[in-house]
Design a protein around this ligand. Structure first.
Ligand SMILES: Nc1ncnc2c1ncn2[C@@H]1O[C@H](COP(=O)(O)OP(=O)(O)OP(=O)(O)O)[C@@H](O)[C@H]1O
Ligand SMILES: [Mg+2]
Length: 279
């Protein structure tokens, strides 16, 4: 379980806190989507859960963060990294090897994964992310989207109990973005991996995340199960967070009919709702 309790964090030499009085809980095997405008504190939240704050980013830290019972303030970064895998917003700052295969190998060897298991883990991760064909390529020859997939594969290969991803589809086309989210769902459902993902593609977030947290100016504007957060569509829009079109559609239909209809997050649900209404 991830427990953030009343966390306020100000980066060293900054005046304004990047996060202010943040409290949230993600149960084991939970799937939390995080959204919010630029500068809202999304990356800072991921840094806090991964232990990079306070261990790599100094500053004023109040409150507490614990991951599977480990207090991140008191636990060393290598120890936290055994539990928590993080895919950075800037993947180029994450990738350290010149070759794709070496990038995966580096993490697996560092984690002391038994020699015979390494090829199995590597092949599985590359296949799941859909880049088996890139294994022998140099990093320099890859597109931004391909590098993003390498960064994801190198973390997935480590099979962390908690997976944090900071805009993992920023460089990806819609089809690859969906593939990444399907993989997260598979890890979440089949291996019980706890997932926190920051994502701007609201449609994907709403379809795949059980819980949503909306950040704005360092604070949590809304959090809860995805449908209940989407009820605040108009206020979200005022923050620059668009709701999926199906959600807007279900709200409009609901208002026109003067009846409370459930909030739809998937096209199939909206279709079923329209069929019910015109029957
Ligand atoms: N290393 C740092 N040192 C000082 N201030 C920082 C640092 N990183 C972020 N900040 C500040 O903290 C606040 C929150 O930034 P953060 O990067 O967490 O936002 P974000 O929601 O991830 O934004 P984006 O959507 O642009 O990625 C911003 O005011 C930013 O300028
Ligand atoms: Mg960010």
């Amino acid at each position: 379980m991830i427990e953030v309790k009343d966390l306020t964090f100000t980066y060293k030499d900054e005046k304004k806190p990047a996060l202010q009085n943040i409290s949230l809980t993600v149960p084991d095997g939970g799937f939390l989507g995080v959204i919010g405008p630029a500068g809202a504190g999304k990356t800072t939240l991921i840094r806090a859960v991964s232990g990079m704050i306070p261990h790599l980013f100094p500053g004023d830290f109040y409150g507490s963060v614990s991951v599977n019972g480990l207090d991140t303030f008191e636990t060393s970064l290598p120890e936290i990294s055994r539990l928590v895998g993080t895919v950075f917003q800037d993947v180029d700052s994450q990738i350290i090897s010149p070759m794709v295969e070496d990038e995966l190998l580096y993490g697996l060897e560092n984690f002391g994964i038994p020699r015979e298991e390494i090829p199995v883990r590597m092949e599985e991760a590359l296949r799941k992310v859909g880049i088996a064909d890139l294994r022998d390529r140099t990093i320099g020859s890859l597109s931004g989207g391909q590098r993003q997939k390498v960064a994801i594969a190198s973390i997935v290969a480590l099979r962390p109990q908690v997976l944090l991803l900071d805009e993992p589809t920023g460089e990806l086309d819609p089809q690859s973005s969906r593939q990444v989210f399907s993989l997260l769902k598979e890890l979440n459902e089949e291996q019980g991996t706890t997932v926190i993902v920051i994502e701007q593609k609201i449609m994907l977030l709403c379809e795949f995340s059980a819980q949503l947290a909306v950040l704005n100016q360092g604070r949590i504007a809304w959090q809860g199960d995805t449908r209940s957060v989407l009820l605040h569509a108009e206020e979200l829009l005022a923050l620059g967070v668009n709701c999926p079109r199906v959600t807007t559609l279900s709200r409009i239909l609901s208002a026109r009919l003067g009846e409370e209809q459930p909030v739809c997050t998937r096209p199939e649900e909206a279709e079923a709702m329209i069929r019910r209404l015109i029957r």
